[in-house]
Design a binder for this molecule. Structure first.
Ligand code: BEZ
Length: 217
């Protein structure tokens, strides 16, 4: 059965570039981003891992741990990390799971045989501190992911977990949000959104972003 949003992210033990990993234990109470790439020593993957390394502070600010995966070996990962650091001018500061037996790839449905029957596609899972899968995206091998988009979705998830709002298309931190349609009690709305709201339609009520201290700003 394929994984869906709301499922518990399957736990596993596997080797990685940082040694053996027990996934749930490794996640601890943090959010996680688990992402697969087709193979080591490939150009697009090299840029993706470099980008992830450079976003270290952005991930840390959101309490997110990143972890990559491919079906290559630990030795291959360790050699490749040297190349990533050199070519992308970064320090890879997160583990890369070595999955030559495809244990994790199969658990997470990262191999799409009609795209490639031996390598993982670009799957990405955002996992919350309760180990629940909150975002799943799948990109083809030829398209590198937009990691700013991943951060944007995590911002939205962390905001909407704490406030009765949802975020509109292309929303970014600090921009107006929508009040969830299930919230109808005017007193509660006043209490939760003291800056007021704009009733564009009965189902579309815009209000300023209730979180004012993004990134401790
Ligand atoms: C890459 O990461 O560059 C890549 C991997 C597989 C197919 C095409 C590109």
């Amino acid at each position: 059965m394929s994984l869906r949003l709301g499922d518990i992210a399957p736990d596993f033990e596997q080797q990685s570039s940082d040694g053996p990993i027990r996934f749930h234990e490794w996640l601890g109470d943090s959010w996680g981003v688990l992402f697969s790439h087709p193979a080591d020593f490939t150009p697009v993957c090299t840029t993706e891992l470099g980008l992830t390394a450079k976003l270290k502070d952005a991930f840390a600010e959101r309490d997110v741990k990143a972890i990559a995966l491919s079906v290559d070996s630990v030795d291959s990962h360790l050699e490749w990390i040297k190349d990533i650091n050199e070519t992308q001018n970064c320090v890879v500061n997160f583990p890369i799971i070595a999955d030559p037996d495809r244990k994790v790839s199969e658990l997470y449905g990262m191999i799409h045989p009609k795209a490639d029957d031996t390598h993982t596609v670009r799957s990405l899972f955002v996992i919350d501190p309760n180990k629940v899968i909150r975002l799943m995206i799948t990109y083809p091998a030829s398209t590198g992911r937009n990691f700013n988009e991943i951060l944007r979705v995590i911002d939205s998830l962390q905001l909407t977990d704490n406030h009765k709002v949802a975020t509109p298309g292309n929303w970014e931190r600090g921009e107006d949000v929508v009040i969830v349609p299930s919230l109808q009690d005017e007193e509660e709305i006043k209490q939760r959104f003291p800056k007021g709201y704009d009733k564009v339609r009965h189902y579309l009520r815009m209000t300023p972003d209730p979180k004012t201290n993004w990134g401790g700003e």
